[in-house]
Design a protein around this ligand. Structure first.
Ligand code: ADP
Ligand code: MG
Length: 375
């Protein structure tokens, strides 16, 4: 019998004072952490700091000694562990493909266990192999030992995605790969992440990987959560030396003081531009079409401010003109220092600012993009 889905999507995962001891030593101690639906949360920290234990407690491979873990408000200890795990994709470093099964059989294993017929399973397997850039006609019949490490890692990801799980747990998935392959897979993974929009908890020991991929980063040490925040939070406000050592702010971001906004801005893509005379309803349609959630409003060639999709949806009924509901945007000049701009943006919790030269728009400054250019 096919098992029913436990949840279609994740709204939140709450770890409430979760502890796990091995012998007399805490592997995880009183961990408080909320993972938001749709985010990619990175766990990073020294070896032995409790990252893997944390991940394994979320899919019930390890049982906490105390504390609760709630998914969408439901205590996971009340759920059937097998059903829970079928809703969670799990990817580890040495993915443990079954050596005597073909790639196709490995990826299709869980759908088959779920009672899918051969045709449906086969279709799904082909789709997934395509998705992870392993052409099915070439790979489906091969055995794991005939694949390189990077290819095996892709198969592991395809297998974890087989049942289209709303939650993915990944434990150093690219850890064993050489740097070039690793970058390649990170790039592809960012695409996958955009496309699937699911919640992902991702362990790495590589801070560059963390800054590149993470929406937020949680730093663990000695079984405890030291700090959790967006990359810029950790870079600008590290709570202690461990955090600044890990993000390596000294080395990586020192030269930021010498850079101007001009050096790191991006040209303003025309797709972001909306006209002030448009109403909220029209804007929502256009923004959906263009796949943007922030719009920059101009009227008669002058910058009026920005609008955000979430706010537009709220006022769709009244259909106000954009010019009446724009919010001011931070504006920087070409020669402003990047460090100052980023810290101002961080303080006002804005991710995008305009770069102008007198009245002329030169480009935009996007905080994540700037950080990626610096690492
Ligand atoms: P990390 O993934 O951050 O390297 P782990 O969560 O694997 O850390 O381990 C945290 C601590 O718990 C370590 O000291 C480790 O030795 C210990 N530990 C983890 N799993 C077990 C186990 N099954 N038995 C005994 N000790 C364990
Ligand atoms: Mg580990």
């Amino acid at each position: 019998m096919p098992t029913q889905r436990l949840f279609e999507r994740i709204d939140s995962i709450e770890l409430q004072r979760v502890s796990k001891k091995y012998g007399s030593r805490y592997a995880v101690e009183s961990l408080e952490l909320t993972i938001e639906g749709g985010e990619l949360l990175i766990l990073i920290g020294p070896s032995g700091s409790g990252k893997t234990t944390t991940l394994r407690m979320i899919n019930r491979m390890t049982k906490p000694d105390s504390g609760n873990i709630l998914i969408n408000g439901q205590d996971i200890m009340q759920l059937d562990p097998v059903r829970l795990r079928r809703n969670i994709g799990y990817v580890i470093q040495n993915i443990g493909l079954f050596p005597h099964m073909t790639i196709g059989e490995n990826v299709g294993l869980v759908p088959k266990l779920e009672g899918w017929d051969e045709k449906r399973t086969n279709g799904r397997v082909r789709h997934l192999l395509d998705f992870v850039s392993l052409p099915p006609e070439q790979f489906i019949k091969r055995y794991p030992r005939q694949l390189s490490g990077g290819q095996q890692q892709r198969v592991g990801l395809a297998r974890a995605l087989a049942m289209d799980p709303p939650l993915l747990l990944m434990d150093e998935p690219f850890g064993a790969l050489d740097p070039i392959l690793r970058k390649q897979l990170q790039k592809e993974f960012l695409e996958i992440k955009k496309e699937i929009g699911r919640t992902i908890v991702f362990i790495t020991h590589d801070i560059e990987e963390a800054l590149r991929l993470g929406d937020r980063i949680a730093i663990m040490d000695n079984g405890r959560l030291v700090q959790v925040g967006a990359p810029e939070d950790l870079i600008f406000d590290p709570v202690n030396d461990l955090v600044s050592d890990i993000v390596d702010s000294e080395r990586k971001f020192k030269h930021m003081d010498m850079l101007n906004v001009k050096d790191l801005m991006t040209p303003l893509d025309a797709k972001y531009i909306l006209d002030g005379g448009m109403n909220a309803c029209e804007a929502v349609e256009i923004m959906k079409d263009r796949d943007i959630d922030i719009g920059i409003v101009f009227e008669n060639g002058m910058l009026a401010g920005k609008v955000e999709m979430i706010n537009l949806l709220k006022c769709e009924d009244e259909r106000p003109f954009l010019r009446d509901i724009t919010k001011p945007m931070k504006v920087f000049a070409l020669r402003d220092s990047v460090a100052t701009a980023l810290s101002e943006m961080k303080m006002s919790r804005e991710h995008m600012a305009m770069v102008m030269n007198a009245d002329t728009v030169c480009g935009i400054l996007v905080s994540d993009e700037v950080l990626l250019k610096l690492i």
